[in-house]
Design a protein around this ligand. Structure first.
Ligand SMILES: C[S@@+](CC[C@H](N)C(=O)[O-])C[C@H]1O[C@@H](n2cnc3c(N)ncnc32)[C@H](O)[C@@H]1O
Length: 182
């Protein structure tokens, strides 16, 4: 494998994918998906935020692809121990919480932008997350929410006044639909 630092953005993504495929079994059990989010999906998520000066809560930060592009003041939540430890190592100045997304949503005390990478499909707990999001929105604590899916289905249909399919990112494995709610 080449030195990743010497590669262009797209080459770097392809090199990462090649490594993941080589280590497919251990990787999928570790990340909960085929791959971490690409820098292209991460950028699309970040660009979907209307007002990045509002407080931001990131749910399911994983290995930090999206975290890296969010403002320093973002509070990121990752409950899996290895990923949480990785995040605290690579973002020593950030607020990273090793908690579940639900209490983090329940404790919001000001209108916040929520950026979620928590899967909505093949996730038996998603209905609880959906309820937690609905309650926080009803309480006026979610100004905007951005998330992605691997299928063209609206994962939070019926909760927000406004839902929008904000884009399709082909440079991700698999390609991802970005959703935006307010
Ligand atoms: C698809 S991965 C994250 C992808 C991330 N954007 C990346 O590039 O690494 C989803 C993450 O959500 C985390 N997660 C799932 N349910 C969660 C919950 N209820 N609370 C906190 N984290 C959760 C998982 O541990 C996993 O790391």
């Amino acid at each position: 494998m080449q030195n990743l630092g010497a590669l262009s953005g797209l080459d770097r993504e392809l090199a990462k994918i090649a490594t993941r495929i080589k280590n497919f079994k251990s990787w999928t059990s570790s990340i909960g998906a085929i791959c971490e989010s690409s820098q292209f999906l991460a950028r699309r998520m970040r660009n979907a935020i209307s007002d990045p000066s509002l407080p931001i809560l990131e749910l399911g930060a994983g290995f930090g692809s999206v975290t890296a592009l969010l403002p320093e003041s973002t509070v990121s939540v990752e409950r899996e121990k290895t990923r949480y430890e990785h995040l605290t190592k690579i973002f020593p100045e950030r607020t990273i919480l090793d908690t579940c997304a639900l209490p983090a949503l329940a404790h919001l005390s000001t209108p916040t932008v929520v950026v979620s990478s928590i899967p909505s499909v093949n996730n038996s707990e998603f209905e609880f997350l959906r309820d937690g999001i609905a309650q926080a929105y009803k309480a006026g604590m979610i100004a905007e929410l951005v998330t992605y899916t691997y299928f063209p289905h609206d994962p939070l249909a019926g909760i927000f006044a406004k839902s929008e399919l904000a884009g399709l990112e082909m440079l991700n494995v698999p390609p991802a639909f970005v959703w935006k709610y307010s």
